[in-house]
Structures are given as structure tokens and as C-alpha cells.
Ligand binder design. Structure first.
Ligand code: ADP
Ligand code: MG
Ligand code: MG
Length: 513
């Protein structure tokens, strides 16, 4: 047996080895709910009229190599990131100063801000907030240096609907299973060492976050049973990812949760005089529940608001006494503009929220260069970089959007900006492309195997429960704060985007090297 080197990992499989690995992977995935509803392009509605079919989630055949130092750093600083974003969400005045300019040129951000102002005018009646966050990173190798060590650089920080925590726990178990049943050739033992595979605890840990909020809500005021409400998109192909959190919440904490399609909010929920939120399940109209916690897995994209009624629904939920995961201010704290402002060199902002210098400098070292496209000096330079095709190839242009598929990459940036009125440029940020080291893997997606060069993106989950100060000016206190496991997403190196649900990537786990 010739040992596998890191450069040759994963090794090529013989047809028999590949067949053995794939048949085990496919059965294990379905048997353990590592699954998604099929895309209409894969199984049409006519082929599955009653919606009973599921298929294996896109996964990598092997756990991808990931530098141990970067992995440890990402997980190690998550509680500091939780603290940072909780502090931002508590500082309304600061947040307003940052997104003020956006509100006028970006309708969606403007609507979110107006919704916050409407609730504020009436007075918020819930001072607890829950964040189920995910900080996303890539490993960066400086292209100008031949021997620099890999460093972790942040792609973005998600404060709403951070997905794949349910499936991520499963894929790390899948890869361990494949190792245990010798689906990986013996030669890989030189790479997949005894402590190399990392189990992600995300499903259970995120569910514990919801349970913590549920408990902190306190007793029912309406003599009704208490519940958590998952506000979801409909249809949702990534439903099993969400179901795993729901099942963990019930099995590990005894907390009941319901799924409510966002567009049905107003017909199935009501507010009592004190703004307690009441949910009436359509199957048991005689039994209604008092909602302790609203977990948004919808509402982050303009597509979720096709009618004015959805904005009414968001306002209705936001006015309620239920704990929001996230609140509107927490949702807004996750916008790309905030990330850009934090990453501004020598800015006072990070210090404002993280007074401990050592903590702030660890966070700072994860920032990649990000520029505004406004009238500031940095903004003027950025406009030049973005407008010139030779310099633009090192950048990605991002609007204030979530959910994948919204960015403009490299050479496409100059013509895109030219097509926009200059007044709208400040709605975007310009970010340097992170250049991860070349890796290989194979991805199984919709029954097809794709082999070749891949790029990995590490997500680190965080749970944070806090009490907002009564002044809205940054006071308040953190009640719970923990790192909640990880996600590795892997995509073909020809694709700029990495979203699994958006059709580009696969769920993966880390083989630490
Ligand atoms: P979204 O909120 O829509 O997920 P992201 O900022 O995560 O937006 O960008 C989507 C994808 O684009 C990422 O998953 C990643 O694959 C790619 N991407 C974004 N920023 C960078 C960057 N600076 N360097 C390399 N790839 C990036
Ligand atoms: Mg995002
Ligand atoms: Mg992203």
C-alpha cells in the first residue's frame, strides 16, 4: 500500500471501491435524514404529485482537508463574535448611523428599518433577543508570498436564518461512518489520522439555544401551552435541516415547535392586548399556543415579501412579546455594510463593542479588506479599483442581501456598475477575493458525481441570548453565549458562489491537517 499524501488526497477509487462508497453513502444519508426535497429540475411536480420524495443532500464523498490552526481559531473566537454582534444589535444609534445612507437607496433595508421604527414608536415589549449566528470563513493563502501560512478570513457574518446546522451534524457522522466501514482506502490512514475528523454538534447546540430562549421567556400569561414558532418559506427544499432542529428541541428539551409559512402569519397568529403572540395550528383550531420564540427561517429576502401583507406580517411578529430570533435590529446588524465598516482599518468601531484589545485584535485578524463605494477617500479608491477590468478581477461586489446568488464577481463588476445609477453604488460593498488553497474532492449532487478542484467555506455557529438595555444605547447584558458547532461547505473551484441550497455547493466535514 502506497500511503496517500496530502496532495494526492482523496485518492482515486477503483470502480468497485467507488460503488461500495456510494451505495453506503446514499443509504446512510436517507436512513439518517441527510436529505433535501428534490429540485423541480431533478424530480418534477408531475412525477411527485403528493410530495413524498426526498433525495440525498449534496455531500462530498470525503471529508475535506482543513488547517487545524484555522479551525481552532474560528471556533475559538465565536463567542467574541457573538458578543460583538449582540452589542451592535443593542446599539440602535450606532446602527442607524451606519445604515442611514442605505435606507434611502435600498428599498429592502429601508423597509426593515421602518418596521423597527414603527415598533419603537409604540414601544418594544420584549427585551430579550436570541441570535443563532453563523460566521463564514475561507482559508486564505497570500498569492504574493510563496511560503505564507494559511489564515482564516471572514466571508460574512449571518444573523438571520443561518442554515445547515441540522445537516452539518449528520455529514460529519456520515464521514466517520464511511471511515469505520472501510469505504476509504487504507492508504488514507496517513491523512485521516485518529483525531482528524471533527463532529459538528450544531443541530443539538442550536436547538439548545432555542430552548434557552423558550425558558427565559417565562410563564404563560394566557394559560395556554407554550411553543416555539419556526417561520418558514413555503415550499422549502431544505426542510429536513430545519426539522432536525425541531426534533432535537422536542427530544432534548421537551419544547414543542410548529412550522408556520411566513405568508400565513396573519391568518394563524394573533396578538393579545399585551401583545402576547398566540398561534392556532390549523389542525387543532380549538387548541392555541402562546409563542415564546419566533425562529425566522424566512423573511431575509425581498422575495419573501411579494405583497404589502408580508410587511404587515413582519411588523405584527416584531410587535409581539415573543422573543425574536433575530430581532429586526439583529437582522440589520448582519448586513454587509456593517461588516465593511467594522473592517475599516484603524476605525474606532471594533473597540467600541469589544473593549478588550486582545479579543478585538483576534477578530480584526479575520477581516479581509472591504471597501465602501461612497464619497469617502476609501470609497473613491474603491470605485477606481472596481471600474477597471484589470484590478476588478481581485474583487467581489456585494449588495445588502442574503441567501446566495446576489453577488457580482471579478470581470463582471465594471460593466455592472456602469449599468447602475451612481447614486446607488453606495448600496454595495467591494471585497477582496479570498484565495483558498487548491483542494480536490468529489461531490454527489442530484445523483451525479462531480470530481475535481474544490473550495471550502467554514461556517462557525454561535448562540447568544441577551437582554437589551432600556435606553437602546448599547446597555443590556448577555445571558447565554456559546460556540455551537461548525459547517463546512464545499463547491467546485469553477463556481464563484458557494450556496448549497442555491445549487452550487455540498455539505462537507473537516479532516484537520
Ligand atoms: P450570502 O449572504 O448571499 O451568502 P456571501 O457574502 O456569503 O453572501 O457570498 C456568497 C458566496 O460568494 C460565498 O459563499 C462565497 O462562496 C463567495 N464569496 C463571497 N465573498 C467572497 C470573498 N471575499 N472571497 C471569495 N469568495 C467569496
Ligand atoms: Mg449571508
Ligand atoms: Mg454566505
Amino acid at each position: 500500500m502506497v500511503p496517500t499524501s496530502h496532495a494526492e488526497y482523496p485518492p482515486d477509487l477503483s470502480p468497485e471501491e467507488e460503488q461500495y462508497l456510494l451505495s453506503n453513502l446514499k443509504d446512510w444519508s436517507i436512513a439518517h435524514g441527510l436529505a433535501v426535497r428534490p429540485a423541480p429540475s431533478f424530480v418534477s411536480a408531475a412525477q411527485d404529485p403528493s410530495g413524498v420524495l426526498a433525495t440525498t443532500a449534496p455531500v462530498t464523498l470525503f471529508p475535506s482537508l482543513f488547517p487545524r490552526t484555522c479551525f481552532d481559531e474560528g471556533l475559538g473566537i465565536q463567542t467574541a463574535y457573538n458578543e460583538l454582534y449582540s452589542a451592535i444589535a443593542r446599539d440602535e444609534a450606532w446602527l442607524q448611523s451606519i445604515i442611514e445612507g442605505l435606507v434611502e437607496i435600498d428599498d429592502f433595508t429601508g423597509k426593515l428599518w421602518q418596521t423597527h421604527l414603527a415598533v419603537k414608536k409604540e414601544g418594544y415589549v420584549q427585551d430579550l433577543s436570541l441570535g443563532l449566528f453563523r460566521s463564514d470563513y475561507m482559508v486564505h493563502i497570500d498569492p504574493d508570498s510563496s511560503h505564507s501560512s494559511p489564515r482564516l478570513k471572514q466571508v460574512e457574518f449571518n444573523t438571520i436564518a443561518s442554515s445547515f446546522g441540522g445537516l452539518s451534524s449528520r455529514v460529519s457522522t456520515l464521514h466517520k461512518h464511511l471511515l469505520a466501514i472501510d469505504a476509504y482506502p487504507a492508504s488514507t490512514a496517513t491523512v485521516i489520522k485518529a483525531d482528524a475528523l471533527r463532529q459538528s454538534k450544531s443541530a443539538s447546540s442550536l436547538a439548545q439555544g432555542l430552548a434557552a430562549a423558550h425558558k427565559a421567556y417565562g410563564l404563560s400569561r394566557t394559560q395556554r401551552p407554550l411553543c416555539v414558532l419556526f417561520v418558514v418559506q413555503d415550499p422549502e427544499r431544505n426542510v429536513f435541516d430545519q426539522r432536525h432542529l425541531e426534533y432535537a428541541l422536542l427530544e432534548e428539551s421537551g419544547v414543542r415547535a410548529f412550522r408556520l409559512p411566513f405568508q400565513q402569519t396573519l391568518s394563524h397568529t394573533s396578538l393579545e392586548a399585551d401583545r402576547t403572540l398566540v398561534y392556532t395550528p390549523p389542525n387543532t383550531p380549538s387548541i392555541s399556543y402562546e409563542v415564546t420564540t419566533i425562529y425566522f427561517r424566512a423573511g431575509y429576502s425581498p422575495d419573501d415579501y411579494p405583497r404589502e401583507e408580508e410587511w404587515d406580517a413582519r411588523l405584527h411578529l416584531e410587535r409581539s412579546r415573543a422573543i425574536k430570533c433575530p430581532s429586526i435590529l439583529t437582522h440589520l446588524a448582519g448586513c454587509k455594510k456593517v461588516q465593511q465598516v467594522l473592517a475599516t482599518p484603524h476605525s474606532p468601531h471594533l473597540k467600541r463593542f469589544l473593549p478588550d484589545e486582545r479579543v478585538a485584535s483576534r477578530i480584526l485578524s479575520t477581516f479581509a479588506p472591504i471597501y465602501p463605494l461612497d464619497e469617502s477617500e476609501a470609497g473613491k479608491q474603491a470605485k477606481e479599483l472596481a471600474g477597471d477590468p484589470t484590478s476588478a478581477v481581485r474583487y467581489v461586489l456585494k449588495p445588502q442581501r442574503e441567501g446566495g446568488g446576489n453577488n457580482i464577481y471579478r470581470r463582471a463588476i465594471p460593466p455592472f456598475l456602469q449599468s447602475l445609477p451612481a447614486t446607488h453604488w453606495p448600496a454595495y460593498i467591494l471585497m477582496e477575493m479570498i484565495e483558498p488553497p487548491p483542494l480536490k474532492n468529489a461531490i454527489l449532487r442530484n445523483g451525479e458525481l462531480h470530481k475535481g478542484g474544490v473550495i471550502g467555506e467554514l461556517g462557525v455557529y454561535g448562540v447568544c441570548l441577551w437582554r437589551n438595555g432600556s435606553d437602546g444605547g448599547g446597555s443590556g447584558e448577555i445571558l447565554q453565549n456559546w460556540e455551537a458547532g461548525y459547517l463546512l461547505r464545499t463547491k467546485g473551484d469553477q463556481s464563484e458562489e458557494g450556496g448549497v441550497a442555491a445549487g452550487f455547493g455540498a455539505v462537507d466535514s473537516c479532516c484537520l491537517v
